[in-house]
Write a protein that binds this ligand. Structure first.
Ligand SMILES: *[C@@H]1O[C@H](CO)[C@@H](O)[C@H](O)[C@H]1NC(C)=O
Ligand SMILES: *[C@@H]1O[C@H](CO)[C@@H](O)[C@H](O)[C@H]1NC(C)=O
Ligand SMILES: *[C@@H]1O[C@H](CO)[C@@H](O)[C@H](O)[C@H]1NC(C)=O
Ligand SMILES: *[C@@H]1O[C@H](CO)[C@@H](O)[C@H](O)[C@H]1NC(C)=O
Ligand SMILES: CC(=O)N[C@H]1CO[C@H](CO)[C@@H](O)[C@@H]1O
Length: 444
């Protein structure tokens, strides 16, 4: 009997040893499960390399780590990501973006109509669900999950190209506020792209994992996600190694594009003062928009930036002059220096709005701000220096910013994919306690 026991013991020991040695000396296994961040404006895909213990965010053919969440429909092809955006200027009606705002959602007819008015493409109401009407050879409608699936397929291909193996399984992140239906439709989008979803994880939880907070000795984590158009604040509470979302609040109409808009208004007003006429031509506005967007990004690193924008400034709404008519007025050039200080002054009231949802989640979570252990910043707009100081001054401590704020979510999802996909030795795979009864407070 004891002989048998010791034999079983030896076999188990031998198996463990073989596994251990295998892990040490065999080439590291190729990741088989990918982590997907299907964002409203950008998407990324990452994997966890068990050998090195590192996350790799997978680049596209041109080395870019994110692809725009846009899909274009042409007569001959469906294009996703950068290729879709390249087409968008020429064919805005057939380039769908922001599909994540519609996925799995049931709308009141008036609300859907208001939403559609914001887009150059046509949004139609299919019994409460949104669909996009596109025209290639003929006109047809596509669902938000179909649009999502083309982005997920593109990312699956990027991963397969990089890893050299077929990929069929993934972990995907969704906003914490997504209800069961929105989660289901996100999973359906993945299925349409030939991917089985092993786990759906909340974006703020993923961001916390990117900082290793699932392993660290912390209790309360506050995640601030400020993207192009929305602010999401979540209060996470760690219980026995698992994250529970305690409270959520946000502002659906606050983000990077609002800060750019203030710069655009400023530049437009400068042009009006200088040339006696405000730029109204579509192409002038487009050029101004591109320049102020670039200036905004530069002001994160530089104290000031000089802009030069050629403008046509026609006041005849752009019509070509008739044959032999008066020649078009000569183009002018708007030159200005924009300082970081000016940028901050133009936006200070918007920046201050970030604090309201932070205070709400603390109140709803019955937590004093001093009891927040870590603050995690996600989303490109959290690079803005004034926003970082605003948050660190509020809490009296530095936020966690070492991970690229555009890649924090995909990094965490990739870690989760590594955990779910790992077979050795025993893996704690759950990292999140679902919280079905939570509602998000919105400031608009
Ligand atoms: C659209 O029309 C072109 C040429 O007429 C044809 O080659 C192409 O297959 C058509 N595409 C679709 C999606 O029907
Ligand atoms: C429309 O939706 C309602 C409930 O959301 C459902 O009862 C009804 O069957 C749907 N109608 C169609 C035509 O799908
Ligand atoms: C979501 O999917 C699950 C599993 O397929 C199903 O049981 C559930 O009813 C779905 N919920 C909604 C709201 O669609
Ligand atoms: C922003 O910075 C980049 C590189 O640092 C530079 O090439 C570009 O001209 C700058 N843009 C503006 C508007 O100053
Ligand atoms: C300011 C800062 O970097 N804070 C923390 C970020 O997260 C790690 C945990 O991985 C902490 O050790 C840092 O102190």
């Amino acid at each position: 009997m004891s002989g048998e026991m010791s034999m079983i013991g030896s076999v188990i020991l031998a198996l463990f040893l073989a596994g251990y040695l295998g892990q040490q000396y065999l080439p590291p296994p190729v990741p088989k499960v990918i982590g997907l961040d299907l964002g409203t404006t950008f998407c990324s895909v990452g994997v966890f390399h068990a050998g090195s213990g590192e996350v790799e965010v997978i680049a596209d053919e041109e080395g870019r780590l994110s692809i725009p969440s846009a899909v274009s429909f042409t007569a001959t092809a469906v294009l996703a990501g950068h290729e879709a955006v390249d087409l968008a200027d020429g064919d805005p009606q057939n380039t769908v973006y922001d599909a994540k705002r519609f996925i799995g959602k049931v709308f009141e007819p008036e609300v859907l109509e208001q939403e559609s008015a914001r887009y150059p493409f046509k949004v139609i109401n299919n019994n409460g669900s949104a669909e996009f009407l596109v025209f290639s050879n003929r006109s047809f409608s596509v669902s938000p999950e179909f649009v999502g699936s083309r982005l997920l397929l593109k990312m699956r291909k990027m991963a397969e190209r990089r890893l050299g193996v077929p990929i069929h399984r993934a972990v995907i992140s969704v906003p914490a506020e997504f209800d069961e239906r929105q989660r289901n439709y996100t999973v359906r989008a993945a299925e349409l792209a030939g991917l089985e979803i092993l786990r759906v994880i909340n974006e703020p939880t993923a961001a916390a994992m990117a900082y290793g907070l699932h392993k660290a000795d912390v209790l309360n984590v506050l995640v601030v996600d400020l993207g192009g158009g929305t602010l999401d604040v979540s209060l996470l509470n760690k219980q026995g190694g698992m994250f529970l979302t305690r409270a959520m609040a946000g502002n659906n109409k606050l983000g990077g594009q609002d800060f750019s808009q203030r710069l655009l208004q400023y530049a437009t007003e400068r042009a009006r003062q200088e040339f006696g006429i405000a730029p109204t031509l579509k192409e002038d506005i487009h050029r101004l928009r591109q320049v102020v967007e670039a200036a905004k990004l530069n002001l994160t690193l530089q104290a000031s930036v000089a802009i030069k924008v050629p403008l046509r400034l026609h006041d005849d709404d752009g019509a070509e002059p008739p044959e032999g008519g008066a020649p078009a007025p000569a183009p002018v050039q708007l030159e200005a220096v924009i300082t970081r200080e000016l940028f901050e002054q133009l936006n200070e009231d918007l920046f201050q709005k970030i604090l309201a949802p932070i205070e709400t989640v603390l109140a709803e979570g019955h937590l004093d701000k001093r009891d927040v252990d870590e603050i995690v910043l996600v989303g490109g707009s959290t690079r803005i220096p004034r926003i970082r100081t605003l948050i660190s001054e509020y809490f009296g401590k530095e936020p966690n910013t070492s991970v690229d704020p555009d890649l924090a979510v995909v990094t965490g999802v990739a870690i989760q994919a590594g955990i779910v996909g790992g077979s050795w030795p025993l893996q704690v795979s759950a990292i999140e306690i679902p919280n079905r009864h939570l509602r998000k407070t919105n400031f608009n």
